[in-house]
Write a protein that binds this ligand. Structure first.
Ligand code: NAD
Length: 261
């Protein structure tokens, strides 16, 4: 379904981004990866996604998305390596948890830069090419925290609400073109970013990791189970595949009922 399409997925050396990159490649797209990690992890991701593309390794950008100039360079690099950029998935993100009066400034600034500002710069850089070729898909991985809040996540919740606002604004600006811009709002997905929050909760409440997961991390996720990476990737595939052109400016929830509560 994505034969002939080109895609850049940020933060795709791990977790949700890797799952999306892999599914896009399996669907026939040429995909560029981005993200940090140990050299062997990056090599493994490039080989895995490359295999789905029928090449030894997928193209990769090491851009640090906390820097605006690096985001712009990454988009240019993707256009050069892939020949065009049809699909942009803004996925890279980090988390930090603390009450606001104890929240380090540098963590706040990093979260705003990586989780939000990088989306703004990447969309700005990628749109002219999409307009010129008269087709494009922008998918921003926001969060249930783009729609509602939880305590001690002031930076993350602010950044993700900003991503939803950005998604809506861009969608209106491009509404009369064959380009769409949408956000996906997952609840807790089984990835390193989310799994890292279970241990500290178990310690904080003096309970097992199993109880910390169900009663604390997933306290507001009525399904009481992790969303799987593949489930998010399926939604991301729908948004760039045939028949999705009427979906624009949406913030699509995939959260086991969390935001229905
Ligand atoms: P993850 O930690 O598994 O992956 C994050 C990716 O971003 C990695 O590839 C990492 O190298 C990359 N990254 C981090 N900082 C970067 C930087 N400065 N420059 C470039 N790349 C950088 O996390 P994940 O859970 O897969 O999260 C992916 C996205 O999904 C994030 O935006 C996150 O906020 C969002 N999300 C996750 C969940 C969840 O429960 N896991 C829920 C809702 C939303």
């Amino acid at each position: 379904t994505l034969a002939g399409r080109t895609a850049l997925v940020t933060g795709s050396t791990s977790g949700i981004g890797l799952g999306i990159a892999l599914l896009y490649a399996q669907a026939g797209a040429k995909v560029m990866l981005n993200g940090f990690g140990k050299p062997e992890e990056i090599a493994r991701a490039r080989a895995e996604v490359g295999a789905a593309m029928g090449v030894a390794e997928a193209p990769y950008s090491a851009a640090d998305l906390s820097k605006a100039a690096a985001v712009k360079d990454m988009v240019q690099q993707a256009q050069d390596a892939l020949g065009s950029l049809d699909i942009l998935v803004n996925n890279a993100g980090i988390q930090f948890v603390a009450p606001i009066d104890e929240f380090p400034d540098d963590k706040f600034e990093a979260i705003m830069a990586i989780n939000f500002a990088s989306n703004w710069y990447a969309i700005k850089a990628a749109l002219p090419g999409m307009k010129a070729r008269n087709w494009g898909r922008i998918v921003n991985i926001a969060s249930a925290h783009g729609l509602i809040a939880s305590a001690e996540k002031s930076a993350y919740v602010s950044a993700k609400h900003a991503v939803v606002g950005l998604t809506k604004t861009v969608a209106i600006e491009i509404a009369q073109t064959p380009i769409t811009c949408n956000a996906i709002c997952p609840g807790f997905v089984r990835t390193p970013l989310a799994e890292a929050q279970v241990g500290p909760l178990a310690k904080q409440f003096g309970v097992s990791e199993e109880v910390a997961l169900k009663d604390h991390l997933l306290a507001h996720q009525p399904s009481k189970r992790w969303i799987e990476v593949e489930e998010v990737a399926r939604m991301a595939l729908y948004l760039v595949g045939p028949g999705s052109g009427g979906v624009n400016g949406a913030a699509l929830s995939i959260d086991g009922g969390w935001t229905a509560n």
